[in-house]
Design a protein around this ligand. Structure first.
Ligand SMILES: C[S@@+](CC[C@H](N)C(=O)[O-])C[C@H]1O[C@@H](n2cnc3c(N)ncnc32)[C@H](O)[C@@H]1O
Length: 258
């Protein structure tokens, strides 16, 4: 687990909402799901970037996430909350529920899983748990950052400032990724997430969190889907609807539970 200090988690949740404001992935998912109201489960819903527009479009949507600071930001974004629900849950260890028409494993979650489990196993587990949560004939929508050349994305020792800013309590911070390496045999990405904070009381706080992830190739995801009893119906490489290719940077997969 990453175990960020609480003050950093709260700052991070506010920065997330400031910086992650894109809507093209949400709009694309809505166009795939269609207009008929569906029962949807979003895994790792965060602060509701998918949850809120999906509920506003008439779907009955439930989100799971283990970060309370992210979840606490949802209620301010929606007034009529009949068809939107969220629960604090560790999606690796806790149950997801069942009877859903659609499970969303979107927003790059296959590359953002936090757990103590072997990363590749955790990725496959998410697909297996999606199958368990769906009605038969239901769909999983996977959307993650994909390239045929992960070494170009992830072999990057130079510091990369992901975001910086001041939160509502006057705490300034910077999240920096350092020493990123990619092992092409194992698909393992390693880096350090470093938080550099100057708190409202002028004290400083630095936390470094070594991070280890696995990059899932499209072939691996296809295999995991098949093993979990899914049939892939459509795949796209970007939000313009182009196929996955050398020049696209997403893998968006719509697969049906048999
Ligand atoms: C990049 S954010 C995406 C949030 C949201 N889906 C969106 O599109 O804005 C990733 C989220 O995954 C959550 N997360 C990571 N590992 C998790 C786990 N094991 N259980 C529950 N939530 C997890 C984090 O708390 C975070 O909110």
């Amino acid at each position: 687990m990453y175990n960020e200090k609480d003050i950093i988690s709260k700052w991070n949740s506010e920065m997330y909402d400031c910086y992650e404001t894109e809507t093209d992935d949400v709009d694309f998912a809505l166009s795939v799901i269609g207009l008929e109201p569906k029962r949807i489960l979003e895994i790792a819903c965060g602060s509701g970037r998918f949850l809120v527009p999906m509920a506003k479009a008439g779907h009955d949507i439930t989100g799971l996430d283990f970060d309370e600071h992210m979840l606490n930001r949802i209620s301010a974004k929606i007034s009529d909350s009949q068809n939107i629900h969220w629960h604090k849950a560790d999606v690796i260890n806790d149950v997801w529920g069942n009877g859903f028409d659609i499970v969303l494993l979107a927003a790059n979650f296959l590359s953002n899983i936090v757990s103590d489990m072997d990363y590749k196993q955790a990725q496959e587990l998410m697909i297996q748990k999606a199958a368990g949560a769906l009605v038969s004939g239901g769909h999983v929508l996977i959307d993650y950052a994909h390239t045929f050349h992960p070494e170009k994305w992830f072999n990057n020792p130079a510091p990369n400032v992901v975001w910086q800013g001041t939160d509502s309590e006057g705490n300034f911070g910077k999240m920096v990724l350092l020493n990123s390496t990619f092992d092409s045999n194992s698909g393992i990405i390693q880096c350090i997430r470093r938080f550099e904070m100057v708190l409202a009381d002028r004290s400083s706080l630095v936390q470094e969190l070594p991070t280890r992830k696995h990059f899932a190739s499209i072939e691996q995801v296809r295999t995991w889907l098949e093993r979990a009893g899914f049939v892939i119906e459509q795949e796209w490489g970007d939000y313009q609807g182009n196929p996955i290719s050398e020049s696209t940077n997403r893998a968006i997969i719509w697969a049906k539970k048999k």
